[in-house]
Design a protein around this ligand. Structure first.
Ligand code: FAD
Length: 490
């Protein structure tokens, strides 16, 4: 990796040989689509998407991609890799934002996309059991047809997979309403590096029989085993959904609006998202879409309600809007009148990641900070980058904008530094400044994206040495040879 020249390939790991490839080919039944082989054949173009991350920031040199279609195949692959000291990177939809899903050197990519079966659904309890390779949006559509909803939603839903969602403990847009995967996931089937199948695919909501080991796989980022199946509790799909977008004059007012939303909308509030003007101007620049509010405001909040009665919910939201405008908390606002408008308002929030990606290199920080201080980080970072002479119009300035947005309802800020190109000077100004800033306020340097390769060095800002020591012991217990997703955070 050019970005981390200090990382050296672990010489304990074997290099792939034609014999290894022949074994995997036999195992996967000679199925051409189950294997991409750059060891004995030319496959550079086919391997490229598996070697490069969504942001095109991290690049590996994998020569072999394996696409098993069953838990048994995953088990045999891992056992062989463990016995032969071949390093492995599990990969789902490859939408992760911390460089965790791509190899650093020549690790084998284990791609779960063919494990894409929905296995069971209980229409009374709402319990879904599915393969790790099911795409989030596909699972949600399946549930929609049966009156249910997947309890997780995020901008990458069209590509990310359930296994990847669990492995990153993805938070997303409706955590405020449905809670984290640590609560909604009922069971996991996973394979350990030595091939052991951990069958903890419980369908039970309550199961207090010893340590809850499945939780370790949620958020482990593929460092202790491969998730092959998921059992998850899905809520009833709300009959009514309403969305409003507000313009606000200050961050102080965003906090007041959040308090009012909790108190006035209470049980129907399902999302409360924050966007600053900088982020919205960039979305506008990329998409060219008409802005939802007439004049620009320093801040915007997107509020979603989900309930069982359209008229009742619309009235509540309308009353809320009137109340916050009368109190001078909100300067202007708009309510979606139909499904098309609802999607369009959401696109101003969901489209930020993608829009920024179009404009050049992005330094991304996904952090948890106490709400009262959350936006201060954006302002302090902007001031620091400007002071260093890096921010401005024109090619001579590498930084185009410093913007903030995120899941305000969960105290989760996405601080993004949009650049014309990645530049070492920018990185030096940002790090460790941002991590120190967060640590001083007892925040978390990774709220929902994980650590991967990007945040590997910085775990100490959010976890003390005892915690890191325990994590290392768990890693050694589950993966004594260290073949699972090496060089990443642990
Ligand atoms: P990958 O990117 O393929 O992998 C991510 C990590 O999980 C890697 O470390 C990989 O090794 C490991 N992994 C993958 N599959 C398995 C498996 N079966 N077993 C074990 N380990 C595995 N994240 C949020 O939390 N909230 C958001 O709101 C959000 N919005 C996003 C919006 C956009 C436009 C994009 C591009 C990303 C967003 N993300 C968000 C980040 C990302 O989508 C999530 O982290 C997602 O859950 C990753 O799923 P994936 O299948 O793409 O996993």
């Amino acid at each position: 990796s050019t970005k981390y020249p200090e990382i050296k390939r672990d010489e304990r790991f074997a290099s792939l040989t034609p014999d290894h490839v022949a074994y995997f080919r036999r195992l996967l039944g000679g199925n051409g689509s189950a294997l991409i082989d750059g060891v004995t054949g030319e496959a550079a173009d086919d391997l490229a998407p598996f070697n490069s991350d969504w942001m095109r920031k991290y690049r590996g040199h994998c020569q072999l991609v394996l696409k098993p279609s069953s838990t048994e195949e995953v088990s045999k692959i891992l056992k062989y890799c463990n016995d032969n000291l071949l390093a492995v990177v599990p990969q789902g939809g490859n939408t992760g934002l911390v460089g965790g899903s791509v190899p650093v050197f020549d690790e084998i990519v284990l791609s779960l996309g063919r494990m894409n079966q929905i296995l069971e659904f209980d229409e009374v309890s709402g319990t879904l059991v599915a393969g790790a390779g099911v795409i989030l949006e596909v699972a949600d559509q399946y549930l929609a047809e049966r009156g249910y909803i997947f309890p997780l939603d995020l901008g990458a839903k069209g590509s990310c997979q359930l296994g990847g969602n669990l492995a990153t403990n993805a938070g997303g847009l409706r955590l405020l309403r449905y809670g984290s995967l640590h609560g909604t996931v009922l069971g996991v089937e996973a394979v350990l590096p030595d091939g052991t199948v951990v069958d903890d695919l419980s369908r039970l909501r309550k199961n207090n029989t010893g340590y809850d080991l499945k939780q370790l796989f949620i958020g482990a980022e593929g460092t202790i085993g491969v998730i092959t199946k998921v059992s998850i509790q899905c809520p009833q799909r709300p009959a009514a959904q309403n969305v409003a977008l507000f313009g606000l004059a200050s961050y102080e007012n965003c906090q007041r609006a959040f308090r009012e939303a909790k108190s006035q909308l209470s049980e129907i509030l399902s999302a409360f998202e924050l966007m600053d003007e900088g982020s919205q101007a960039l979305v506008h620049q990329v998409t060219g879409s008409k802005r939802p509010l007439e004049s620009p405001y320093p801040f915007y909040c997107l509020i979603e309600t989900s309930g069982s009665n359209v008229d009742h919910d619309s009235e509540k939201l309308q009353n809320f809007l009137e109340s916050v405008m009368e109190q001078g908390i909100v300067a202007d606002g708009t309510l979606a009148q139909d499904e098309t408008q609802l999607r369009s308002l959401w696109s101003w929030r969901e489209g930020i990641t993608e829009a920024l990606g179009h404009l050049g290199g992005v330094y991304k920080y996904d952090v948890s900070i106490p709400l009262s201080q959350m936006y201060q980080l954006v302002e302090d970072t902007r001031a620091r980058v400007a002071e260093a002479g890096l921010l401005g119009d024109g090619e001579e300035h590498p930084v185009r904008a410093v913007v903030g947005y995120g899941h305000m309802g969960d105290s989760n800020l996405h601080l993004n530094i949009s650049t014309r190109r990645f530049d070492a000077r920018v990185e030096q100004v940002l790090e460790p400044f941002i991590y120190e800033w967060i640590a001083e306020r007892q925040g978390s340097i990774s709220a929902e994206h994980g650590l991967g390769l990007a945040k590997k060095k910085y775990i100490g800002y959010s976890r003390n040495p005892t915690m890191v020591g325990l994590m290392k012991q768990i890693k050694r217990l589950y993966d004594p040879k260290g073949i699972m997703n090496p060089y990443k955070y642990i």
